[in-house]
Design a protein around this ligand. Structure first.
Ligand SMILES: Nc1nc2c(c(=O)[nH]1)N[C@H]1C(S)=C(S)[C@@H](COP(=O)(O)O)O[C@H]1N2
Ligand SMILES: [Mo]
Length: 371
């Protein structure tokens, strides 16, 4: 039964389970050191019960219906998607809007993600734009909302677990995909088999898994977890712990902020005095690209500029690497600070407390003992 499928898949995996019903699991920061995140190291964030289609049951009947503000509603089989449109492979960051939630004080409800609700696999599929253009998008189109096959934790099959979306302009961006492959293989059950959305640069909640329907709408979508406080932040900064009026004072999260991880070395390792210290990680942003990364070993007094590689494509994370020699023995902390193409940098402390605990992009930190 679907409920027995909750946690079984990832229990011997490198992931740390935050909850098993529904399954939420993240990756330790030092296990995110691969340029391309392998499937077993990609976090899992499920709002409900994994549907049977995820395991291939009923695959022959599966299709994706697109309706609403389009020239002609149409249902696409997997074969249609595979044969009628050009295939693309893009490396795209997938990051939960709640990644880093554990840093907020006062604590906010929801899974207490630390650094690991992020990854950057290579996704294969088609551009949503090509599929939409094939049936025509009406000038009245404003937003695209997705519907999926997963089941509400209450077991009520009529109730959508999560039905979010994005503005039509984002739907028509070259990098917004309908994907059926991750790292050259069919999507795994937990990551959305047979077909999922990838809406890079937006919180991963926009990247619907186990797709059933896309509704092109003449207004902002109002499906499950689109309204109220879900995936919204206050329009203006508020004091930690403040009450915020759900719909009036909050806005839907769109672009994700500039952020980085330190993927090597692991925190709390020992390093030999006078030997060159090598540190590396990845940086990404919902904007165009990463411009610079700096690291500090003395709480922000001295900054070392990292070498930053170009991304494989827009919305892929970028490798950064730095090296230096510690001034002497002792306890050090390494902090990394990325800056993106808008000139925005990661803050030093936890920024912008908000009731949902979203968008903590404070600098990542590790400890090093130098002997
Ligand atoms: N159908 C469906 N799509 C979904 C979700 C879900 O619960 N159901 N979770 C969303 C959220 S909140 C996140 S962060 C990402 C997680 O994707 P992953 O589990 O493949 O890492 O999927 C998104 N798409
Ligand atoms: Mo998420």
């Amino acid at each position: 039964t679907p409920s027995s499928l909750f946690a079984s898949e990832k229990t011997d995996s490198p992931l740390r389970i935050l909850s098993d019903r529904p399954l939420n699991a993240e990756t330790a920061m030092h296990l995110l050191d691969d340029e391309v995140t392998p499937e077993e190291r990609l976090f899992v964030r499920n709002n409900g019960i994994v549907p049977e289609i995820a395991y291939g049951k009923g695959l022959e009947q599966w299709n994706l219906t697109i309706d609403g503000e389009v020239g002609k509603s149409q249902s696409f089989t997997l074969k249609d998607l595979k044969t009628k449109f050009k295939f693309y492979q893009y490396q795209l960051v997938l990051e939960c809007g709640g990644n880093g939630r554990a840093g907020f004080f006062p604590q906010t409800p929801g899974s207490q993600w630390t650094y690991g609700a992020v990854g950057c696999p290579v996704w294969g599929g088609v551009r949503l734009k090509d599929v939409l253009s094939s049936i025509g998008v009406k000038p009245s189109a404003v937003y695209v909302g997705y519907y999926s096959h997963d089941i509400h934790p209450s077991g009520d099959k009529e109730k959508a677990v999560i039905s979010r979306g994005f503005p039509i302009a984002k739907a028509l961006d070259d990098m917004t995909m309908l994907a059926w492959e991750m790292n050259g293989k069919p999507l795994s059950p937990l990551h959305g088999f047979p077909v999922r959305l990838l809406c890079p640069g937006f919180p991963a909640s926009a990247s619907g898994k186990w797709l059933k329907r896309l509704w092109v709408r003449d207004r902002v979508h109002d499906g499950a977890k689109m309204t109220g406080t879900a995936y919204r932040v206050p329009q203006y900064p508020v004091a930690p712990g403040a009450k915020v009026e759900a719909n009036n004072e909050m806005v839907i999260i769109e672009k994700m902020p500039v952020k980085s991880i330190i993927s090597f070395p692991k925190s709390k390792e020992t390093h030999q005095e006078k030997k060159t210290f090598h540190v590396r990680g990845f940086a990404w942003t919902g904007e165009e690209a990463i411009r610079e990364v700096h690291v500090t070993y003395d709480f922000g007094q001295t900054w070392v500029r990292a070498h930053v590689k170009s991304p494989r494509n827009r919305f892929a994370w970028q490798r950064w690497e730095a090296e230096f020699i510690f001034p002497g023995r002792g306890y050090y902390e390494i902090w990394a600070r990325a800056m993106d193409s808008t000139g925005r940098m990661q803050p030093m402390v936890i920024p912008n407390w908000n009731p949902g605990g979203y968008l903590n992009n404070a600098m990542p930190r590790i400890a090093v003992n130098v002997e």
